[in-house]
Every structure is written in structure tokens, then in C-alpha cells.
Design a binder for this molecule. Structure first.
Ligand SMILES: [Zn+2]
Length: 254
């Protein structure tokens, strides 16, 4: 598929054993029906009461292994999903976050512990997804130190590199028609309404062939990422600031 075609990545957030089973079942059915290979953002050691929607699902990790074997990409979604830090984040969408402002060595400890937990369940985490988009330069260094070299976050039409990390932008919180580019649609299965779920299904009926996997997206770039690559750091920040307004429309939904 050429550069003139838009491609979509589906990302489902806040997966953990106590997530809403009914909420998740709707999206698991869509993944199956349309043979999707989404990003599954998994909280390795959830302590967030907001994500305790059901009793722990004993089949949770097995279900993730099955989805990963069918092409889904596992993302480390923070550590405990407790957003108690007021540190300044690179993506300024929320005031409180889990990672931004936390000492770098502790961030690295959390990331490593999270990776160990997911790997202990037989998964192969390949991306980082920060709770509430909250991460800073120390997070990027900590990710590099643990060998995790890609995140799902940021703006832009194409994956780009910044801070030694490959950024696969996440720009949408619902299915929206888009021109050329790679567009990540972030869904929260715990809280998505039936109307939102139905809207995604209708979109998939028309566009399923344009839904890609992380491997497709990174493979497409032929090893070199596009977009902001080549821009100086100040240009990157200027663009982030310009796009902040648009992102703030989705405030509270990260
Ligand atoms: Zn989250």
C-alpha cells in the first residue's frame, strides 16, 4: 500500500485481569470478526481501583497469548497505573501521571518489573504506552536502558524517531476518516459505550483492509522512519504545541 492510502492501527488500553469482561468481549469479537492485529496495552501489576471492574479473569493471560500469536502486539501500559505524580510530561494532556517527574532509576525499575511480569506470562512486550500519555525524557532513557525502543504516542502522520525511541503516533480516540498517514485509534474497552463500539464496527465493515499491525507499519518505513525525522528539536516542540489544542479535545480520555 502506498503513501496515498491511510492506514489504521487499533489500540485497546487498560487491559488487566480485573478489566470489565463484558466491555472487553465486544472488542475481542471485533478483533476476531475482522482479523485485526491490534496493540493491546496491558497493565502488568494493576493497582488502580478504576480498572477493577470484575473479579480477576483466570483466563486473561492465556487469552493475551492467543491474540499475540495471531499478530497482536503487546504493549507495556505503565506499571501499576497509579497516576500520583505531577511531573511535567512531554505530551501535556493531563496533570497527573504515573511516570513523568519520577526519578529515572525508579522509572527504569518499574519498566523492568513490568516487562518481567509480562514475559513471565509468556508474552513479548514490544511497545510502551504511558498511562495518561505521562512520560518525560527520563522515561525515554529508561526505556532505552531496558531495551524497549518504541512507544505508541505523539502526533504526526508517520512514525518518527525522537530521543532514541521510535514513536508510532496515536492521534485518534474514535474512528475518523483520514488521508494518507498511519492513524492509531485508541479505545478504552472498560468504558466505551455501545454506541462507540457500534461506530467502530461500522467503520471496520468499510475499512478493515486498511487496518494494519505494528509490524506492517514499521516494515512499511523500510527501517527508516518518516515524519518528523530530520526536524530539529525545537521544530518538533513547535509542532507538538500547535497540535496540543486538538489533542485537548480528547482530554480525560487518555
Ligand atoms: Zn490507561
Amino acid at each position: 500500500m502506498g503513501e496515498s492510502t491511510s492506514r489504521f492501527l487499533l489500540r485497546t488500553d487498560d487491559l488487566c485481569p480485573t478489566m470489565s469482561r463484558g466491555g472487553w468481549a465486544r472488542f475481542e469479537a471485533l478483533i476476531e470478526e475482522f482479523s485485526l492485529r491490534p496493540i493491546l496495552a496491558v497493565v502488568p501489576d494493576n493497582h488502580d481501583p478504576e480498572l477493577e471492574k470484575d473479579t480477576p479473569n483466570p483466563g486473561f493471560w492465556k487469552m493475551l497469548r492467543a491474540l499475540e500469536s495471531r499478530g497482536a502486539t503487546i504493549a507495556l501500559h505503565g506499571y501499576r497505573h497509579l497516576c500520583a505524580s505531577r511531573g511535567r510530561a512531554l505530551m501535556p494532556l493531563h496533570t497527573m501521571s504515573e511516570f513523568a517527574g519520577i526519578d529515572e532509576s525508579l522509572q527504569q525499575e518499574w519498566i523492568q518489573a513490568g516487562l518481567d511480569t509480562l514475559r513471565g506470562h509468556g508474552l513479548c512486550p514490544r511497545l510502551f504506552v504511558a498511562p495518561r500519555h505521562g512520560f518525560d525524557h527520563a522515561t525515554l532513557r529508561a526505556l532505552r536502558a531496558t531495551g524497549l525502543s518504541a512507544i505508541s504516542d505523539g502526533y504526526g502522520k508517520w512514525p518518527f524517531q525522537f530521543g532514541g525511541i521510535t514513536w508510532i503516533p496515536q492521534q485518534l480516540w474514535e474512528p475518523v476518516e483520514r488521508q494518507a498517514g498511519i492513524w492509531t485509534i485508541c479505545i478504552h474497552p472498560n468504558t466505551a459505550s455501545d454506541v462507540e463500539t457500534l461506530r467502530l464496527r461500522e467503520f471496520l465493515r468499510r475499512k478493515a483492509s486498511q487496518f494494519a499491525s505494528v509490524d506492517d507499519v514499521l516494515g512499511d518505513s523500510g527501517g527508516t522512519v518518516r515524519g518528523l525525522l530530520g526536524l530539529g528539536q525545537s521544530a518538533v516542540w513547535a509542532r507538538l504545541r500547535r497540535l496540543r489544542t486538538e489533542a485537548q479535545k480528547a482530554f480525560g480520555r487518555g
